[in-house]
Design a protein around this ligand. Structure first.
Ligand SMILES: Cc1cc2nc3c(=O)[nH]c(=O)nc-3n(C[C@H](O)[C@H](O)[C@H](O)COP(=O)(O)OP(=O)(O)OC[C@H]3O[C@@H](n4cnc5c(N)ncnc54)[C@H](O)[C@@H]3O)c2cc1C
Length: 421
């Protein structure tokens, strides 16, 4: 579409970013009757939302900063294959992010974050169930549960603690020892101590999720424009008047920034401090195993996520706090496959169909930023969803729609406030 056609597209709400978050906002706003335009600098769904593990698992409603993590992170810094890596840099943004991250590693903060993340994840799962029923599971939605498998005493203790933590919010889990675990999941052929099974968890194909949300939003009148990059914004006494893009000026009554790991950069054009740092992770799609897993699994000690797909297998993992560095570190990619090999029979010659990396948008307190900004009354933020963006997207979309349209939200919006930093 040519730039001079843009003036016809004045929206009630302009959403910047067509990842799973922006598209879930578009869907919910359109359902509520708003005229929505979504713009993205790439094709919709090809940012971090493209190749993630596909888990919709409220049992993993954990913030990134956890008590006791500081010591562990220092240990991991010395290990080039560790699941967490922080790129050392004398950069004021990174230093201030890390200080805020460390300040969030308290028991009290962790418990309140778990409560907020569980709430939005449970609501999201419900909305995904409705969407799956409506679209005949067009996004490969399956509810087969999630198995957390441990090889060591400490690993099993960790899985058990997680089970106890989320059971406070009504998420059931079942502890199984070695024999029961093996009978339950025959792909686990190597040394196992035990597992915890969360029966209500779901998974889906991430690109199909964004495509379904886009399609459903478009059916309700939303306009989605790819290859349209926001450069900056023009202001008015009301807040933001328009977004200046590579394809013209877009006006709207309200604006939603759903720009994932790019949010800090775009926020700077508005003199907003959005403390979102890119946390790189990798996913590898391989041939299926001879005995392919029957359900998604978290391999606790290696922090590797295993997701069975139709005819292939996805292995995902690592979190490198690197901000905008999108380079591949082959050693870390291989460490994911080696980690899986310690639990299952993964042949040395296994064929890779795809290697992908994505930048998770990470806030220092591990809770997304969802809400209206104090500085610009007509600007809402929907970003910083760290490792949980897919599983909390539909709840985020609903919350943004409620806030934008002046309705009372279904969940408490306070923990997600945009002006808390
Ligand atoms: C290896 C890995 C595994 C993961 N597994 C899971 C999982 O199993 N479950 C789960 O819930 N989460 C998972 N995640 C996290 C999840 O992928 C993210 O939280 C989620 O994709 C974030 O979505 P988003 O829409 O905020 O960001 P993105 O998908 O990155 O979308 C942001 C969009 O904004 C656009 N944009 C940026 N700047 C501009 C601009 N100036 N103008 C126009 N457009 C712009 C970008 O092009 C992009 O499309 C995983 C992540 C990784 C890396």
């Amino acid at each position: 579409m040519a730039a001079n056609e843009v003036s016809n597209l004045k929206a009630d709400v302009l959403i910047v970013g067509a990842g799973v978050i922006g598209l879930a906002c578009a869907y919910e706003l359109s359902r509520a009757g708003a005229k929505v335009v979504v713009i993205d600098k790439f094709e919709p769904g090809y940012g971090c939302s493209y190749g993630n593990a596909g888990w919709i698992t409220p049992c993993f409603a954990m913030p990134l900063p956890m008590p006791g993590m500081l010591l562990k992170s220092f240990k991991w810094l010395l290990d080039p294959e560790s699941p967490l890596y922080i790129k050392p840099e004398l950069n004021p943004t990174l230093i201030s992010w890390l200080l805020s991250f460390m300040a969030s590693m308290t028991q009290k903060k962790m418990l309140s974050s778990v409560d907020a993340l569980t709430q939005i994840s449970v609501q999201s799962l419900k909305l995904y169930q409705e969407l799956a029923a409506k679209t005949d599971k067009s996004f490969s939605f399956e509810q087969k549960g999630l198995l957390m498998v441990a090889q060591s005493h400490d690993g099993l203790k960790y899985a058990r603690q997680e089970m106890e933590l989320v059971s406070r919010n009504g998420i059931p889990g079942k502890l199984m020892m070695e024999d029961e675990t093996r009978a339950f999941e025959p792909s686990l052929t190597k040394r196992i101590k035990g597992s915890v099974f969360f029966s209500q968890e779901a998974h889906a194909e991430p690109l199909q999720v964004t495509q379904t949300l886009a399609h459903e939003a478009q059916k309700l009148g939303a306009v989605i424009l790819p290859k349209t990059e926001v450069i900056d914004f023009q202001l008015s006494p009301k807040g933001i008047a328009s977004a200046r893009t590579t394809r013209g000026i877009f006006e709207a009554d309200q604006f939603v920034l759903a720009t994932g790991a790019w949010s800090h950069h775009l926020g700077q054009t508005l003199k907003l401090k959005i403390p979102v740092l890119g946390g790189k992770g990798y996913a590898i799609i391989t041939d299926p195993l001879e005995v392919n897993p029957q359900r998604p699994m978290m391999l606790v000690e290696k922090k590797v996520a295993v997701t069975p797909r139709n005819g292939t297998l996805r292995l995902a993992g690592t979190l490198e706090l690197v901000n905008q560095d999108e380079t591949f570190t082959t050693r870390r990619v291989e460490a994911i496959v080696r980690g899986a090999r310690e639990f299952m029979n993964v042949p040395e010659t296994i064929r890779y169909h795809e290697i992908w990396r994505g930048l998770r948008p990470c806030t220092p307190d591990g809770v997304p930023v969802i809400g209206r900004t104090a500085r610009y009354p007509n600007l809402l933020l929907a970003t910083g969803h760290q490792m949980l963006g897919l599983q909390s997207a539909t709840g985020t979309g609903k919350l943004i729609a409620d806030l934008a349209l002046g309705k009372t939200p279904d969940i408490d919006p306070k923990p997600f406030r945009a002006d808390r930093f």
